[in-house]
Design a binder for this molecule. Structure first.
Ligand SMILES: [Fe+2]
Length: 230
């Protein structure tokens, strides 16, 4: 493995290892014989309406996410072949694709689990220890929401906003990532909101603040709490 590749992707490699090692009940990223596969959703494409349209969900999941899955598998295969041949230059040139598609696969897999129909587990507010930690680190849930919406609005181009937990201190923080860069290292991603245009444009066009406002109606706080307690 070239030093360039190792410098470029350690965070992603850690995130992929963590996802693969997760117990079945928490497993979200699926690997079949070393290959990533598109995870099933636990709800229908139209189940998040009117907040996120069925058309967006179908395209987002079956086309966009599938493209990241395919790109990740292709990058892994190319890097594996390059490693086997000792062609570290080739492996290093593929590293950005591994980061992009691998991050895209991980981020979207977490994102689908962060959502639920509003008449089921979606919406409302966090409870218990998660609520206490949000109150402690942000002041209140409402402040956390406002800061998240401001962070989402401030993303230039494509990216994500995440509620993350520090592995050592347990402190919660709000972080943004450009493109498909994953939240990794010492931070555990708890809740991710996709700010790419493909996540809202068909329904909200340029009114992305409306999408950021509507998505709170379908946030699955049970999933966030499970990741918080893990
Ligand atoms: Fe997306």
């Amino acid at each position: 493995m070239s030093s360039t590749l190792m410098r470029t992707t350690p965070a992603l490699r850690g995130a992929l290892r963590s996802a693969a090692a997760r117990p079945a009940t928490m497993a979200s990223t699926q690997f079949v014989r070393g290959k990533a596969t598109l995870p099933d959703l636990s709800y229908d494409y139209g189940a998040l309406e009117p907040h996120i349209s069925g058309q967006i969900m179908e395209l987002h999941h079956s086309k966009h996410h599938q493209t990241y899955v395919n790109g990740l598998n292709s990058a892994l295969e190319t890097i594996g072949d390059a490693e086997a041949k000792g062609d570290f230059t080739k492996a290093a040139t593929v590293a950005p694709l591994l980061n992009f598609h691998g991050g895209g696969h991980l981020n979207h897999t977490l994102f689908w689990e962060n959502l639920a129909p509003a008449n089921k587990d979606g919406g409302g507010e966090p409870e218990g220890e998660l609520k206490k930690s949000i109150d402690r680190d942000f002041g209140s849930f409402s402040t956390f929401q406002k800061q998240t919406n401001a962070a989402l609005a401030g993303i230039q181009g494509s990216g994500w906003a995440w509620l993350a937990k520090d592995k050592d201190s347990g402190a919660l923080s709000l972080v943004t990532r450009a493109n498909q860069d994953p939240v990794a290292g010492n931070l555990i991603p708890l809740l991710g909101i996709d700010a790419w245009e493909h996540a809202y444009y068909l329904q909200y066009q340029n009114r992305k603040a409306e999408y950021f406002s509507a998505i709170w109606n379908v946030i699955n706080w049970k999933t966030v709490a499970k990741r918080f307690q893990a």
